[in-house]
Design a protein around this ligand. Structure first.
Ligand code: CU
Length: 253
């Protein structure tokens, strides 16, 4: 009887160890970074960090140099060549010295999520101007939001195929969005092009595995892989011992 209890304990151990280990795998998240560079000589730039966990994304954006006290539409763009466009004549097909949102589309693709401050985040809200962050008096935007995206969008972001684009450029430097600066928007003729032309762009790139804790280096991630492999092998060994113990238990009956 005493032996049987011991044998059960031995068998229970690896199961317990496996159960304890599983949440770590289930909670796996992907963190990506983007350096937001100016488009259309906006003079704006920033950084973004995006964490994807299942279909839940947490988006952090810090940008400076944007047109002050005006809203700036911002989106996940996915498709095209998954890149930011250059602002040069190659992409400026209309040859009017400005890159419209449509002209950038072969590079960064279409709008797949709207990074609004509240409510809907689908492409339907692409131009929901009143729900996008406004830059403060110094032209800074600091944005954070956690929301759900579709499985397709989540996996595209994880694969490094998403680009963040912030819109809103003051071409004529008069401190507001008006048609004098660039005519009507290619997205909505009711809006001035200044309100919708891209101001910053950054490709979201997966952060190195292991992150800062492992020093961010390639050797750090190899170390982690080796560790995972090692503990996996240990689990198999313990499970094997449990199996043997159980076998003995049945033989002893
Ligand atoms: Cu956009």
């Amino acid at each position: 009887m005493k032996n049987r209890k011991l044998a059960l304990l031995a068998f229970a151990l690896p199961v317990g160890a496996l159960t304890a280990a599983s949440p770590a795998w289930a909670d796996e998240s992907t963190t990506l970074h983007a350096d937001l560079a100016p488009l259309n000589d906006s003079g704006a730039s920033g950084t973004s960090t995006v964490t994807v966990e299942g279909t839940r994304v947490t988006v952090d954006i810090d940008t400076s140099g944007l047109l002050a006290e005006q809203p700036h539409a911002q989106h996940f763009h996915i498709g095209g060549t998954n890149m930011c466009p250059s602002s040069d004549a190659v992409d400026d097909v209309e040859d009017d010295d400005r890159l419209s949102t449509s002209e950038g589309q072969p590079s960064y693709g279409g709008i797949e999520a709207s990074l609004t401050t509240e409510g809907d985040t689908s492409p339907d809200s692409a131009l929901a101007v009143e729900r996008f962050p406004a830059a403060d008096a110094d032209g800074n935007v600091s944005y954070q939001r956690t929301f759900e995206v579709s499985a397709d969008v989540a996996s595209a972001i994880e694969a490094g195929e998403a680009v963040i684009v912030q819109h809103g450029v003051d071409y004529n430097g008069n401190g507001e969005y008006d048609a004098e600066g660039g005519g009507a928007s290619d997205l909505d003729p009711e809006l001035p092009a200044e309100a919708t032309d891209p101001a910053t762009c950054g490709k979201l790139t997966p952060a190195p595995e292991g992150g800062m804790a492992a020093g961010g280096g390639g050797t750090g991630s190899e170390g982690l892989d080796a560790l995972a492999l090692g503990s996996g092998a240990a689990l198999v060994a313990v499970a094997g011992a449990g199996f043997l113990a159980r076998k003995r238990m049945f033989q002893g009956r």
